[in-house]
Design a protein around this ligand. Structure first.
Ligand code: ADP
Length: 418
């Protein structure tokens, strides 16, 4: 799919380049042609003036406009026709011009005007003007050969087409490469999204299967009393809870991905929040004979989304308890510095290898999938905590050693408290 899009982008870019090249060439040719015509016409009218004044020899240098040097070098030819269309005076190199001039002289409407025509593969510009001499109306025609001019334009077009085509041929692979580069982030997002959907469906399938199986069992026991079958109902209830937790985590992630989460920033007492989390987790820790310690700096105010920050800290404490064996110690520490607040959660649990430390923030990543599944996690907690911290422009640091323990530290930059 992406290859096709890449090809389409390249084709589109190439077409745009060709269109630009053609417009550029047309514009340039038009401008060159226009300026050559203008200077040519100025030159011819100067020549006509000079011939009218009786100076039929070389044009006086000072009477030639500055930008008509080329034309002056090429030279000019002229014919003066009397009122009976007979040649009265001329300076002609190419005799065929006389016939052409005669035809133009017959057309009485061609006066004080310029024309370009071809004669035996040679291009000419002609200027024709009526003049009155001794009460006789005569026509003065001045010719200028412009074959060189035309070939210059042709050469310009060929040259530009050649350079342009070469450039486009060179740019096609570059454009293909750049299209690939610019598609890379979209491709990655797409792949992640695909993986996310596949993983989420996989995670949802397990509790659904358990629920289905238990319902089937219950159907077979329709004659029995409910109190004898609480075990199956209990299974259904546990799995429904698991599913509902997963769905709410997925919703959290999806909202954050869509940037739909609007943080409710307000100033709150972070010290009190940490103390509250310790209270909340105390029983869970006690169940595992884990000592939960707290070292909380007092009166630390922070401006942010209280609920989200609570969620992130809870995830870290929850993990510390989950991944620490019986009789372990988990401690929560809150410290405030000049520019930031640090919340660190330390445990003496299973620890993490360097390799795993890099991966644990990825969605659905679990270090030991089989073992950790029993703990009920989906591998989404740290991803959610990381998103929350990032939304507050902070970061989570990890220090960990396998079988020694881990310390997760949330560093949040302090914003103005107003
Ligand atoms: P889960 O819901 O599986 O705990 P998390 O995203 O919270 O998902 O964590 C991802 C993985 O990181 C966990 O499965 C676990 O292997 C590892 N992990 C997280 N916290 C700790 C910790 N304090 N000590 C050791 N391993 C941890």
């Amino acid at each position: 799919m992406f290859k096709e899009i890449k090809r389409q982008i390249t084709l589109f870019n190439t077409l745009i380049l060709i269109a630009f090249l053609l417009i550029f060439i047309l514009l340039l040719v038009f401008l060159v042609q226009w300026s050559l015509n203008l200077s040519g016409e100025m030159y011819l009218s100067q020549v006509a003036q000079s011939v009218k004044n009786g100076d039929d020899g070389a044009l006086k240098k000072e009477s030639v406009p500055k930008n008509t040097i080329v034309h002056n070098d090429i030279g000019y030819e002229y014919i003066i026709w009397d009122s009976n269309h007979n040649v009265e005076q001329m300076k002609i190199k190419n005799n065929s011009l006389i016939m052409q001039g005669y035809e133009y002289d017959l057309k009485s409407d061609f006066n004080d005007d310029y024309k370009i025509f071809n004669l035996d593969d040679v291009s000419y510009r002609i200027y024709s003007i009526k003049m009155n001499e001794n009460n006789q109306e005569k026509t003065l025609q001045v010719f200028q050969e412009i074959t060189t001019e035309q070939s210059v334009i042709r050469y310009i077009v060929f040259f530009l087409l050649f350079i342009g085509c070469g450039g486009i041929l060179l740019l096609i692979p570059i454009s293909y490469f750049l299209a690939g580069k610019s598609l890379q982030p979209i491709k990655e997002t797409f792949e992640n999204q695909k993986k996310f959907i596949a993983d989420a469906s996989h995670e949802l399938r397990t509790p659904l299967t358990v629920i289905q199986t238990n319902v089937e069992v219950l159907k077979l026991k329709e004659d029995e009393v409910l109190s004898d079958n609480l075990r199956w109902l209990n299974n259904i209830s546990v799995e429904s809870e698991t599913m509902s937790k997963l769905v709410s985590e997925l919703l959290n992630i999806a909202q954050a991905d869509n940037k739909k989460i609007v943080l409710e920033r307000k100033v709150f007492d972070l010290s009190a929040l940490c103390a509250e989390i310790i209270d909340l987790m105390f029983d869970i820790a006690l169940e595992k004979d884990i000592t939960l310690k707290a070292e909380i700096q007092e009166n630390v105010d922070y401006k942010g989304d209280e609920e989200k920050i609570k969620q992130a800290i809870r995830i870290l404490v929850d993990n510390a308890i989950k991944y620490t064996a019986k009789n372990g110690v988990v401690s929560l520490k809150l410290m405030e510095s000049l520019r930031s607040v640090c919340i660190s959660v330390k445990d003496n649990g299973v620890g993490l290898s360097n390799e795993d430390q890099k991966k644990i923030f990825s969605r659905f990543y679990r270090v030991d999938d089989a073992r950790n599944h029993k703990t009920g996690g989906f591998g989404l907690g740290l991803n959610i905590a990381d998103m929350v911290v990032k939304q507050h422009n902070g970061k989570i640091k990890i220090e960990s050693e396998l079988n020694v323990g881990s310390t997760f530290t949330i560093v949040l930059p302090k914003t103005t408290l107003k």
